[in-house]
Design a protein around this ligand. Structure first.
Ligand code: SF4
Ligand code: SF4
Length: 486
């Protein structure tokens, strides 16, 4: 970030190296490549991020979770919100200017397709000017090109819910997958309307992040800031709050110099013309500013011709006023950073306790049965085993005491041997545990003995193993004696 903030500094070898736009373009390319490539990358058959409602699976950091294992979701949501708070407090709307798909798509459509490719617009330096007259045909071509890209973007979005390996298989049977296709074309239709008609109004009026971000700002938040002390005061300020009002104090360079003879702003308004949200940054922080820094680049060019640094910096308001570097380490950023680290560690610890199979145990309505003339006590359970892995395994289980040592007095009467379970499948098993020993001698009530079921895959018992607590019910002693004496 420090390197980027230095962007306003003039270099001996020209401006290009110090203009944010090129750095932003690299970010856009990187973000596009990452978002397109990520769904295709698999490790052990698992994706980096996949919310697959089709197979009821969640893939996170190349680990597959069953939907029933969504205990990690609260940590992810906490991290998401803390990450947004941390990023916004530190860098303002850095997401909007540098990575948001809306900004990237607008640059592709407005600057690349309409301006550079089809010459419908005069210059990327003037985002306020209307399209050139007599370009209706070209405008249709621009919308068609964007429509193709919008469908690709819609498909790419879908790949985080339906992975590419399934997506292209489903495409061969479009009639059977109308919902998926509906989503892809629905997203594409929205993107066509959004990027060609709604434009930056989406950032200003629709995007919820735009509405809430301002409350996370403080005096040290990095943003596009016009240096009034050098450039001169252009807008009237509220005498009490000091906030700039809509009325201009001066309307041209002459009026500005009359009030402030040392003011450096040339009043060229290159910063206003280039602004995609049509605001004048010389008025101060505004909700509409998406932090794209086009204005800073424009002023770098204008002031650079005069051998001076830009009047618009990517810096904090306080740092510009005091002509210093911004303070990154402050209470709010450190607090968010610490909270984020704690959530990350908690997520990591939780994910290391991930279970590679699922087991639910329910007891049957009958507490116990007594067989063999009172010599054998049986307990029945319904156990639901689920293979959450990508390959077939054989499963079985053991009975343990609370200290996890084998409970030798209780044995498995049913099922007698391990059973196979295909990848992703679940099976209900009636399990009967039995004992021939006198586990308790209580003549006033039945006794419940805590036990642990250790279930595992026979071929990988170290990794694929789960422990579940349950009870073994043993009848009262006098009742048992009565059965034995029958
Ligand atoms: S580009 Fe710079 S010099 Fe020109 S109007 Fe904006 S702030 Fe003033
Ligand atoms: S004022 Fe306009 S050009 Fe400058 S950073 Fe904000 S949105 Fe971009």
């Amino acid at each position: 970030m420090i390197i980027l903030i230095k962007g306003y500094t003039m270099g001996k070898d020209g401006f290009k190296k110090h203009i944010y736009r090129y750095k932003r373009y690299y970010f856009y390319i990187l973000a596009t490549i990452v978002s397109l490539a990520l769904p295709w990358i698999r490790v052990n058959g698992n994706h980096f991020f996949l919310l697959n409602f089709d197979h009821m699976k969640v893939h996170l950091f190349f680990v597959k979770f069953d939907m029933q294992e969504l205990y990690l979701m609260p940590f992810l949501l906490i991290m998401l919100f803390l990450g947004i708070f941390f990023m916004t407090t530190l860098g303002g709307r850095v997401w909007c200017g540098w990575t948001c798909p809306q900004t990237i798509f607008r640059v592709i459509y407005r600057d690349l397709i309409k301006t550079k490719l089809l010459h419908i617009r005069k210059s990327i330096q003037n985002k306020q000017s209307p399209d050139k007259p007599g370009t209706t045909g070209k405008k249709i071509i621009a919308i068609l090109i964007w429509s193709v890209l919008a469908v690709i973007a819609g498909a790419d979005f879908m790949w985080y819910f339906v992975p590419p390996e399934d997506f292209f298989k489903y495409l061969q049977d479009p009639a059977g997958h109308m919902v998926m296709l509906g989503f892809v074309f629905g997203i594409a239709a929205f993107l066509i309307y959004d990027i060609t008609r709604l434009k930056e109004d989406f950032c200003i009026y629709v995007c919820p992040y735009a509405r809430v971000q301002s409350v996370m700002y403080d005096e040290e938040t990095i943003q596009a800031v016009y240096d009034e002390s050098r450039g001169g005061i252009i807008y009237e300020h509220d005498p009490q709050s000091g906030v700039a009002l809509d009325n201009k104090l001066v309307k041209n360079k002459k009026e500005l110099l009359a009030l402030e003879p040392n003011a450096e702003c040339t009043y060229c308004e290159a910063c206003v013309r280039v602004c995609p949200t049509h605001i004048d940054i010389r008025k101060g922080t505004q909700l509409e500013c998406i932090n794209c820094l086009e204005c800073a680049d424009a002023c770098t060019k204008v002031m650079g011709a005069l051998g001076k640094p830009s009047l618009i910096e990517w810096n904090s308001i306080s740092a510009v006023k005091e002509h210093r570097r911004p303070k990154f380490l402050r209470f709010r950023t450190v607090a968010y950073g610490v909270a984020l680290t704690i959530a990350l560690v908690a997520l990591f610890l939780m994910s290391t306790t991930k279970e590679y199979m699922l087991l639910n145990i329910n007891r049957t309505a009958e507490l116990y049965t007594i067989e063999n003339h009172g010599k054998t006590v049986q307990n029945a359970y319904v156990m639901l085993f689920q293979n959450t892995q990508n390959k077939k395994h054989e499963y079985y289980f053991e009975i343990l005491k609370q200290d996890k040592t084998p409970f030798k007095e209780i044995y498995i009467q049913r099922p007698k041997k391990p059973f196979p379970l295909n990848a992703g499948k679940k099976v209900k098993k009636i399990v009967v545990l039995a004992t021939d020993k006198l586990l308790a001698k209580n003549s006033t009530k039945d006794v419940t003995i805590p036990i642990i079921i250790k279930a595992y895959a026979v071929d990988d018992p170290k990794k694929i193993v789960v422990y579940r607590k349950t009870i073994f019910a043993f009848p009262r002693y006098d009742y048992l004696q009565k059965e034995r004496n029958k």
